[in-house]
Write a protein that binds this ligand. Structure first.
Ligand code: GLV
Ligand code: MN
Ligand code: MN
Length: 412
């Protein structure tokens, strides 16, 4: 089946010993966008891109708001083959089967490969969809600096940025509706024996950059009592994050990115820069955890004689899925899987942004062992196919419904 062959081919792009590495506007990520364009054109779709690097593949008329689906082709470092790629390639497969069936959808259908969902190169998640939905100004994104020191603007116009031979459109009207197909990335569906999941809401998330400034010094000569060790202070803050998230309940807090300077065996660490990721479907719990972390950090800074600054990089509220779209997803899922469940998404998705400009819903398929953001991410092939089938049914149902006929609200 084309779905599996295409996913397997994509998985070779950016393959590392530990998984897949496709940061936005790297050679591997560009190769993935190029494959997407080639496959979409093979399938008879019209392809365009926007100035943020999002790529749109359409079945049907250009000037009517489409029913849209999609996800992302970038990955986290050492990521898996399905997070994002499944929603994009599954979207192509859904449109291919709809076109082959001879069915004429009541609206154009579109698959979008959103640029830079993971925030794994530039410090903003859902980058392309956030610009598309008007949540982040393009000018702001242009100045973002990647982990390798290159700005977004430079990478966009560099050899791995915008695609040649693909029309760059400067404005896309919002879609009539949006539905994103994705792997669950957790263990809930597998535990409950569900093959399809109807997402009820996507957790809110806040990301911060924390800088701890201590005093570097000789590891052999500075007495323990005379140190302002930035890593010791950062370690206490990391543990305070764990405690605050636990105490807030139904909240997760993670410090997964940490840089120590000068990172030498025989030097007391002078500076630590780390990123904090806080999430919950209840925004009040995130706020409570953040307040607790800030208070504890102030105490730790005084106690250890270090300076600490906390800068918010990204703040996204929890997003409920739109009722009518969710009902269409539910009907498609329950018809195909009597054990389909309703489920909250702890992971972030481009749907969080598109939901600001269009009625939005999501479909999940199970992740074997709940594994994701790791190289051994897996979903049973039959479940991947069932998800695509549910997506195709939802796209057709949404196109046939009156959803999106209301006056539009503005995407860029
Ligand atoms: C993206 O996958 C995220 O949830 O961080
Ligand atoms: Mn994803
Ligand atoms: Mn991800």
């Amino acid at each position: 089946m084309t779905l599996h062959a295409r996913l397997a081919e994509l998985a070779t792009l950016g393959a590392t010993p530990g998984g897949i590495d496709r940061g936005l506007f790297t050679a591997a990520e560009r190769a993935a966008r190029e494959r997407f364009v080639a496959w979409a054109r093979d399938d008879g779709l019209t392809v365009e891109q926007d100035r943020a690097g999002n790529v749109f593949a359409r079945l049907g008329e250009r000037n009517v708001p489409p029913v849209q689906c999609g996800s992302h082709l970038d990955t986290v470092r050492d990521g898996g083959a399905y997070d994002g790629a499944y929603g994009v390639i599954g979207g192509l497969e859904a449109l291919r089967t709809i076109a082959a069936s001879g069915e004429r959808p009541a609206r154009p259908l579109e698959v979008v490969a959103w640029a830079g969902e993971e925030g794994s190169r530039f410090p903003l998640g859902c980058l392309g969809s956030s610009v598309y939905a008007g949540l982040t100004a393009f000018g702001e994104v242009e100045t973002l600096v990647g982990d390798d020191g290159e700005t977004f603007a430079s990478a966009l116009h560099g050899p791995h940025g915008l695609l040649e031979g693909v029309y760059v459109r400067d404005s896309f009207p919002p879609p009539a509706a949006y539905v994103e197909l994705h792997i669950e990335q957790g263990p809930v569906m597998e535990h409950q024996g569900a093959r399809l999941g109807v997402v009820s809401a996507i957790a809110g998330q806040r990301r911060f950059r924390v800088v701890v400034d201590g005093v570097a010094g000789h590891a052999g000569t500075v007495p323990m009592g005379a140190r302002a060790d930035a890593l010791c202070a950062a370690s206490e803050i990391v543990l305070a994050v764990e405690r605050a998230a636990t105490d807030a309940g139904e909240t997760v807090g993670t410090v997964g990115h940490l840089l120590v300077e000068p990172n030498q065996t025989n030097i007391v660490p002078g500076r630590v820069v780390f990123r904090l990721d806080l999430r919950s479907v209840d925004d009040l719990r995130i706020a409570a955890a953040e307040a607790e972390i800030r208070a504890r950090t102030d105490e730790i800074a005084v106690k250890r004689g270090v300076g600490v600054s906390i800068e918010a990089l990204e703040v996204r509220s929890a997003v409920p899925m739109e009722t009518r779209m969710r009902l269409l997803v539910r009907a498609a899922c329950v018809e195909r899987d009597p054990h389909a469940i309703t489920i909250v998404s702890g992971a972030g998705h481009d749907a969080m942004c598109v939901a600001h400009v269009a009625p939005t819903a999501m479909i999940f398929v199970p992740s074997i062992g709940g594994r994701s953001h790791v190289g051994d991410e897996r979903t049973a092939p039959a479940d991947l196919e069932l998800g695509v089938d549910a997506l195709a049914a939802t796209l057709l149902a949404a196109a046939a419904s009156g959803i999106g006929s209301e006056p539009a609200h503005g995407a860029s």
